[in-house]
Design a protein around this ligand. Sequence first.
Ligand code: ADP
Ligand code: AMP
Length: 213
Amino acid sequence: MKIIMLGAPGAGKGTQAKMIAEKYQIPHISTGDIFRANIKNGTQLGMEAKKYMDQGLLVPDELTVKILLDRVAQEDCKNGYVLDGFPRTIPQAEVLDKALAGLGEAIDYAINVDVPDENIVRRMSGRRACLSCGATYHVEHIPPRQEGICDHCGQALVLRDDDKPETVQNRLKVYHEQTQPLIDFYTAKGVLRTVDGTADMKDVFEEIVSILK
Ligand code: ADP
Ligand code: AMP
């Protein structure tokens, strides 16, 4: 099963993608996590990506597409995957589509997690991320057991640089201009499903599971 998560930054794509990955035993692939791991390790790619990420801009397609195609070609992806944060532009979606078509495959579901802009800034300023294992929390809605510490790996949680309110506004603008058109793209392919992302995370997940059945 090949699934794409669509939605504004902070809509809950990552939260749901992790639950889908666990239930269906497929890899969760987040281009944002891949970039953050590269930044943490000080790679050339990380340094290049950071320039864009810190401003709330998209990393150029040339850099992003290659990383994603290499990742989905790996052995653990042969039974499918859940993509979180990719594609984010029409050219990215077209490249993915073409690569899959070459293998006689296609995306099965594009799940659009719908959350209005008004809720997004609040979500993002409360998000706390573990840069070690990629786990995500929310100070009010989904708190870790011990404040500031990751439940999974015990590392310190951080407010991502790009989750500061001024950057979030930029990311929302970029989302509406460059990523939202993907809703029409996947509707035309007959695979788009929209879920109400403002509901409790367990209810959002239940709705997604009922779609994937
Ligand atoms: P995305 O991957 O779309 O950027 P995340 O999954 O990281 O978004 O979620 C953004 C923030 O909102 C996180 O702090 C997360 O814990 C929180 N969150 C996710 N889903 C919900 C929900 N259904 N209700 C309330 N908060 C949520
Ligand atoms: P995310 O963790 O998905 O919120 O992504 C964080 C940031 O990484 C984004 O704001 C972009 O700067 C960059 N990024 C992640 N995925 C992509 C992508 N598919 N295309 C371009 N930039 C990306």
